[in-house]
Design a protein. Structure first.
Length: 325
């Protein structure tokens, strides 16, 4: 007879307020021994988020946070092999079934991309080099490859070791339409289920849970960020982007360097930009992050520069959730 496996409550920590509140609830209900905490490192996080999720929370909650990171070594090997064939002079088209495809590459451009297309070890950047562009709202492959897949692998490993896994997700229904109809509980298989304990919570409940437990929220919430995720997230708002540019210009410079590198390894004639057309509300064509940042500093539909934002001290407290009062 099969022995009854023990259940583990696996909390996906992002360093944001919702996943922290979820972790607090898991510890309160089940105790540390029955919980696991996992952080998916996208390689595009703010240093404050790493410090919060990997130093502050483990100390304050007396927990261990496991870190998972996507690795694209195999995918790079496949793409490099394809480029090597084209750079060596393989015919400029290939036939699959009845269809004939023309390569966008020439032997020269393929050879140049081959020189640059090596894994850097940063999951976000490596993924974008492989995909030949940055994710967008319509093609949001970052979530799947950088968060969902590595965390699922982590959970499957626990299942293989004989545990029943209950995946705790800190999502709230009023965050988006996509989340509005999610169920509280989903059974995926005999060994795995999803639990969304704060689905009907409001933002105020989340911060109240921090206060009651004596846990500080991620400091980025007092620095103009509405959400804590990538720095920046491809879906960040215009005002968040203006705050990021003013407070953390080094992250804008990093993304600008990523844009240049990804443009050089992607298909010829397709320069790529981190932000896609219209995502932040700008109406122009897709443009470099520096252009979008300049636009983010404007008001009145881009017709006027906001002097106030430049006069504010970068260290001044600014919170969409009233945390600065
Ligand atoms: S936080 Fe934004 S950019 Fe980062 S993985 Fe999620 S959707 Fe993509």
């Amino acid at each position: 007879m099969r022995e009854r496996a023990s259940k583990l409550h696996v909390v996906s920590l992002s360093g944001g307020k919702d996943s922290t509140a979820t972790a607090l609830m898991a510890i309160e209900l089940h105790g540390r021994e029955a919980c696991r905490f996992v952080f998916a490192d996208t390689g595009n996080e703010h240093e404050a988020t790493y410090a919060y999720a990997l130093d502050y929370l483990p100390q304050a909650l007396d927990i261990t946070v496991d870190v998972v990171k996507a690795d694209f070594t195999e995918e790079f090997a496949t793409k490099r092999a394809n480029l090597a064939r084209i750079s060596a002079g393989e015919p400029e088209s290939a036939v699959y079934g009845k269809r004939k495809f023309m390569y966008a590459w020439t032997p020269e451009t393929a050879a140049l991309a081959l020189e640059l297309l090596v894994p850097i070890g940063n999951p976000f950047l490596d993924l974008c080099m492989l995909k030949g562009g940055f994710p967008s709202r319509k093609r949001q492959f970052c979530t799947q490859y950088l968060k969902r897949n590595p965390i699922t692998e982590y959970q499957m490993d626990l299942v293989d070791r004989g545990y029943l896994v209950e995946s705790w997700q800190g999502v709230r229904a009023n965050e988006s339409d996509a989340r509005r109809w999610l169920p509280h509980y989903e059974i995926l298989s005999a060994d795995m289920a999803i639990y969304r304990p704060i689905l009907r919570w409001e933002v105020a409940d989340v911060f109240e849970a921090h206060r009651v437990a004596g846990i500080l929220p991620n400091p980025l919430y007092k620095q103009g960020m509405n959400r804590v995720g990538c720095m920046p997230c491809i879906n960040c708002s215009k005002s968040e982007l203006a705050q990021i540019a003013r407070r953390f210009p080094q992250h804008i410079e990093r993304i600008a360097a990523w844009e240049r590198l990804v443009s050089r390894v992607c298909r010829p004639r397709s320069p790529v930009s981190f932000f896609h057309k219209g995502t932040q509300g700008h109406s122009g064509q897709a443009s470099t992050i520096e252009h979008i940042v300049q636009w983010a500093k404007t008001s009145r539909g881009g017709r006027q520069f906001s002097l106030l934002s430049d006069l504010e001290e970068p260290s001044a407290c600014s919170s969409a959730y009233g945390l600065c009062e």
